[in-house]
Design a protein around this ligand. Structure first.
Ligand code: FEO
Length: 407
């Protein structure tokens, strides 16, 4: 703990306090670059017996306990609910549980397994079932499994009497801030970071997001507050972020067409500019993304509301240029849907790069408008016209895709 720091809890609702930690410094979250740090949110529910919902990353344990201690003696906490076993939320759980000696630590059935495997907490975890409700400290808590959103153990916890949802990673964002509520932060920042979070963490699970939103509707959960495990709390107009999740999970194509490329001597870039012109002529809205000027996590954030993905690479040593491979590997894992696209690139003597990119895009389910376009050394007038034509073809295919999705 920093000398002189004073970590205050924040009352966020009747009998509920935010007691988490703010990580102002973190910028790398296993490959996802954070622009504004993050928070590890934990919550203290002051029933007749205090209940701690989630913990924090291990180095922030003291910050958590100091905040708790300004509300209640940590040793008075009787129950801990662990909604998610990933170590940014559970890293301090063994130490916190060791210090406060709660009567029970609750997790999902898969959470029990994960926490046991991570920390050897065999015998210390009580599994709760999907849909199970338990009264703790005089308050009813309902647990809903959210498997693969985004780990097998993930669950959310709802307090019906308070219309309050602890949503773990869902509806969260990586954003360090001294404000605790989304409505206290400029909307542009909130929307940008919520979108970046969805694109980088939840995009592969879009179908599960849709199912969860349907289930919440079917169960008729009345939600006034959503308290995620990262970033600010939603207390006003929660339907706004829920509707955004529904839209992002749908991945409907738009006119936005990304041209993601790298270049060695400028030839692939010249092709990219010609494709940009062709896309524009066909009514698309092209966006050029030079890979070495953009981080992969920003590129996938742009992909969240795009309808076309065109990727360009020079050939290096008979293969794809490594910075392009990096982005494609990351993108492929996130399983973007409903894209049309194409591949292109210059080469010197073998020319495998663009062909390999075409195969990768096809394997991702991108509907290719044409064969990969390859240009030897430097594009001449005719090559530029071919690139422009590729852009037009992709733009026309995109128009069909957009119209089809509206049918
Ligand atoms: Fe924030 Fe999946 O941990």
């Amino acid at each position: 703990m920093e000398k002189g720091a004073s970590f205050e809890p924040v009352k966020i609702a009747d009998d509920i306090f935010w007691v988490g930690a703010i990580d102002w410094k973190i910028r790398d979250f296993h490959g996802y670059t954070l622009r504004r740090g993050t928070t590890y949110n934990a919550y203290l529910v002051m029933g007749s017996d205090p209940i701690l919902v989630d913990t924090v990353k291990a180095p922030f344990k003291d910050e958590l306990l100091e905040r708790v201690s300004k509300v209640v003696n940590p040793k008075d906490i009787r129950y801990i609910i662990s909604n998610h076993s990933e170590m940014d939320h559970s890293g301090s759980l063994p130490q916190v549980a060791g210090e406060i000696q709660p009567e029970k630590v609750f997790a999902s059935a898969m959470g029990l397994k994960a926490l046991s495997k991570h920390f050897g907490m065999d015998g210390e975890i009580t599994a709760v079932g999907d849909g199970e409700s338990i009264e703790l400290g005089g308050i009813n808590f309902t647990f809903l499994e959210t498997r693969m959103l985004h780990w097998p153990d993930s669950m959310i916890t709802y307090i019906p009497s308070k219309k309050f949802l602890f949503s773990q990673d869902g509806f969260g964002m990586h954003l360090a801030s001294s404000e605790r509520f989304a409505d206290e932060i400029p909307e542009g920042i909130i929307l940008e970071e919520a979108g970046r979070y969805f694109a980088n963490i939840l995009l592969p699970y879009s179908k599960i997001v849709k199912k969860l939103l349907s289930r919440v509707g079917e169960l008729g959960l009345d939600i006034e507050t959503i308290a995620p495990d990262h970033g600010p709390i939603w207390r006003k107009d929660v339907s706004r972020i829920i509707d955004l999740y529904a839209r992002w999970a749908e991945q409907k194509p738009t006119k936005k067409a990304l041209i993601v490329y790298d270049t060695m001597w400028g030839s692939t870039e010249k092709m990219a500019r010609a494709i940009e012109a062709g896309l524009g002529e066909a009514g698309a809205e092209p966006m050029l993304i030079p890979i070495r000027a953009s981080h992969r996590s920003d590129i996938v954030a742009e992909l969240l509301d795009a309808g076309a993905l065109v990727v360009g690479t020079p050939t290096l040593n008979n293969g794809v240029f490594p910075p392009v491979s990096d982005v494609l590997t990351y993108m492929k894992g996130l399983k973007p849907q409903n894209l049309v696209g194409g591949a292109f690139g210059s080469y010197g003597w073998s020319g495998e790069g663009a062909i390999e990119v075409g195969k990768i895009l096809s394997s991702m389910g991108v509907e290719m408008a044409d064969e990969p376009l390859r240009v030897k050394y430097v594009p001449d007038f005719s090559d530029i016209e071919s690139a422009r034509e590729l852009g037009r073809k992709i733009g026309e295919r995109l128009e069909v895709s957009i119209n089809g999705s509206q049918a």
